[in-house]
Design a protein around this ligand. Structure first.
Ligand code: ZN
Length: 427
């Protein structure tokens, strides 16, 4: 599969050997994040060609240009595999309501929640949507993220869902160094025009919105919010099957506020991931393990909604389910603009290990997006999307609550600060 490179100047190649690196390779099966303390990594034309101990570097690389990591921790660039970065308006008022005791479901049922953002997004200009989303994306780029997934789902009509996806595609063009994967989430909520007629809206998604998005090449994945305040299992199945017929991969927002069997549905239909999973039961864990469904954990929503039931991380770990961690950046349940903070929350609130948190924002996130053949680990054949942190240990990435200095990113055979990358082209 061809994917757009997140490279800064497409067409220009670079070949270099990075040495004096503490390499966190994150390759499957390796313990401790596959850490190589005295590592070296050979990059040819933007692809990783060799990884290992510096003393084992083959002689054929000895004449190559060297780039020292100066003993720093070197990892794959991070991947935020679940965001809602394109939206209009703010939901700070609902934050205040929740502080006064209202629940997320109560606010949603009284016309707030997702539908409040739908109104603000429908009335926003294209320029405003792109400008705001690109600004948010630069916050992620600054902290070492090279791939961001962006969902639609605040339009809930043909015109605005397509506008959101166009805005997401525009973010990739606007923000150099960032790859965007787009997800159609038209089945995010029942739009007011279809109140009480959810099945008719599902038909519109399958017969009009999805085909139009495919025809314009706006969509890479399809997602459904399966929940009592959104869509049920049979409605979710209709959307996912339509997506599969169109040749797209799928996900489900599953088991966030109640136990529904949506994760088992994701497994049965071959969706790449089930996301949230606070109320995932043993049968769902078993089904996901059997199908290889990625468990995408979203601690920002868990934190914001002050959930008291956490996803069953120990059961997922024992069953061998691959876990990913993402920001779920959205204006309501997770106004979280830092993937590193999501990693900290995944450890502190959900009890992931720091290695699991980093794996979840690299290899696991790549799998949730179907990009595992290209990115997510430091291994021969992968794209050389590599960052060097001003840190020594993997645990330091998740241990800090905030206050990270931006890492350096490998750009055409040199280190460039992600702070500088994020400032390029920004107004
Ligand atoms: Zn979400």
């Amino acid at each position: 599969m061809m994917i757009p490179s997140a490279d800064l100047l497409p067409g220009e190649s670079h070949s270099v050997v990075i040495d004096r690196a503490r390499l966190a390779t994150l390759v499957e099966g390796a313990v401790g994040g596959g850490l190589i303390l005295d590592g070296a990594l050979a990059v040819r034309d933007g692809c990783i060609e060799w990884v290992g101990h510096q003393k084992d570097l083959p002689g054929s690389y000895l004449g190559w240009r060297r780039l020292s990591a100066e003993g720093r921790l070197v990892t794959p660039a991070l991947i935020d595999c679940h965001t809602h970065l394109v939206f209009g308006g703010s939901r700070a008022h609902e934050f205040e309501l929740r502080l006064q005791g209202s629940s997320y479901e109560e606010i949603a049922r009284s016309g707030g929640g997702i539908l409040a953002t739908v109104g603000a997004t429908r009335s926003a200009s294209r320029e405003q949507l792109i400008h705001d989303a690109a600004r948010r994306a630069r916050h992620l780029l600054r902290e070492g993220v090279a791939t961001v997934e962006i969902k639609s789902g605040y339009g809930l009509d043909l015109a605005t869902e397509l506008e959101m996806l166009r805005a997401a595609r525009a973010v990739q063009r606007e923000v150099a160094g960032l790859r965007v994967r787009t997800t159609l989430l038209a089945a995010h909520a029942v739009p007011p025009e279809f109140a009480g007629r959810a099945d008719a809206y599902i038909s519109q998604i399958c017969e009009e919105i999805l085909p139009a998005a495919v025809a314009e090449d706006l969509v890479d994945q399809v997602d459904v919010f399966c929940e009592t305040i959104a869509f049920d299992l049979s409605q979710a199945e209709r959307v996912l099957e339509a997506a599969h017929r169109a040749g797209l991969t799928t996900r489900i927002h599953a088991e966030q506020l109640s136990s529904s069997g949506a994760a088992a549905l994701a497994a049965r239909l071959g969706a790449l991931s089930a996301d949230h999973l606070e109320y995932l039961d043993a049968a769902g864990v078993h089904a996901m393990a059997g199908a290889g469904t990625v468990a995408v954990l979203l601690p920002g929503a868990f934190y914001t909604l002050r959930e008291d039931q956490a996803p069953p991380v120990e059961a997922l770990r024992r069953a061998g389910v691959e876990m990913a961690v993402a920001t779920d950046w959205n204006p309501g349940s997770s106004p979280l603009g830092s993937l590193l903070l999501a990693m900290n929350m995944a450890c502190t609130l959900l009890r992931l290990t720091p290695v699991e948190a980093l794996t979840g924002t690299t290899r696991g996130a790549a799998r949730a997006l179907g990009l595992e053949a290209q990115v997510g680990t430091l291994a021969p054949g992968k794209l050389a999307e590599v960052v060097a942190w001003p840190l020594q240990e993997i645990a330091e990435l998740s241990y800090r609550i905030a206050g990270h200095d931006p890492p350096d990113r490998l750009v055409h055979g040199a280190w460039v600060s992600c702070r500088d990358l994020a400032q390029r082209g920004s107004a």
